[in-house]
Design a protein around this ligand. Structure first.
Ligand code: ZN
Length: 320
């Protein structure tokens, strides 16, 4: 009896362990997300949830980075809200006494920039390309209202769509903070029009924004340009960084970024083009490539892959 009991409790403990592992893999609360991960001596990031936006993650289902220099901290993207921005600042303050002096926006989706207002109130400079700021202005209210629906009014209180007051009218913008060189670069429209990447040549790190997803399936939206996204990925390969910090998914190397994003985009575009050349209907193309074993390890494959084929088909058909 005693032995059976301990066997049962061992089984129960194992089940509990499995449950907690599964939970660690799934959504994480904002407090866990805001534990900084150090990548190089001065480069850190917050590993966002790879699930959807939820009240648990407060909309922080993306990565946010920061670089500590002798003249201040450069934050890469500002999080989904005014309140999360304050929490981000608190988490950065646990690592360094340097103030956040610059906030770079790599994209126009809610979680890349809706925290801007908080940092601007603290005196930080918002750095964004003109193209990025234009898309932010176009979609700001829509993205904000959607987050309010998901997270509630209270979580989003204080959040306004604040864009860079002096956005940069160029496709490349090199700057230096505390002797650390940065290059903000736009290659082509990607996940959204005006998506850019940030290169830190001395640290061999690239923050890719939504150009790269790892661990989870990327999403092609009606506003996405899958061909431009692949072109942006090619530029990333040229930069050949030692560390890639994707927009979504854990920081990794270039080979993993290629496996989870570059190869997928290449396959998607090649196969959809072949379908169009063969006069396949949209449904026929979707059915033909619904199962792509090299990418089925990606989280959310079942939710996104068919949608991606569908939208890529419509995109390529319209651009023929
Ligand atoms: Zn995103």
């Amino acid at each position: 009896m005693h032995r059976l009991f301990s066997a049962l409790s061992a089984a129960a403990a194992f089940a509990l362990l499995l449950a907690s592992v599964a939970q660690a893999d799934a959504d994480r609360p904002i407090e866990a997300i805001l534990e900084p991960v150090q990548l190089t001596e001065r480069v850190h990031y917050f590993y966002g949830s790879i699930e959807a936006r939820t009240p648990l993650n407060l909309g922080m289902n993306n990565n946010v980075g920061f670089v500590v220099t002798d003249a201040g901290v450069v934050l890469i993207d500002s999080g989904p809200s005014y309140q999360v921005a304050a929490k981000i600042a608190e988490a950065v303050a646990a690592v360094t006494e340097q103030p956040i002096t610059h906030v770079v926006n790599l994209g126009s989706q809610d979680h890349r920039w809706l925290g801007n207002g908080w940092f601007q109130d603290q005196g930080a400079e918002i750095v964004a390309l003109q193209r990025t700021a234009e898309t932010q202005e176009r979609f700001g209210e829509t993205h904000l209202n959607r987050l309010i629906r998901v997270l509630g009014e209270e979580a989003m209180a204080g959040t306004d769509p604040v864009t860079a007051p002096a956005p940069i009218d160029a496709d490349r913008h090199a700057f230096e903070v505390g002797g650390v060189p940065f290059e903000l670069l736009f290659v082509a429209n990607a996940h959204f029009p005006g998506d850019s990447m940030l290169h830190l040549p001395t640290d061999e790190v690239v923050f890719t924004g939504d150009v790269v997803y790892t661990e989870r399936m990327l999403g092609i939206h009606p506003q996405s340009d899958p061909v431009g996204k692949l072109e942006s990925f090619r530029k990333l390969e040229e930069l050949d960084p030692a560390i890639v910090v994707p927009g979504h998914g854990a920081a990794t190397d270039l080979a993993t970024a290629r496996r989870d994003t570059g190869d997928y985009l290449e396959t998607l575009i090649r196969e959809v083009r072949a379908g169009l050349e063969d006069w396949e209907s949209l449904d026929e193309t979707v059915e033909r490539i619904a199962e792509l074993p090299p990418f089925q390890h990606l989280l959310h494959y079942d939710d996104w892959h068919r949608v991606n084929v569908n939208r890529t088909y419509l995109f390529l058909e319209a651009s023929q």
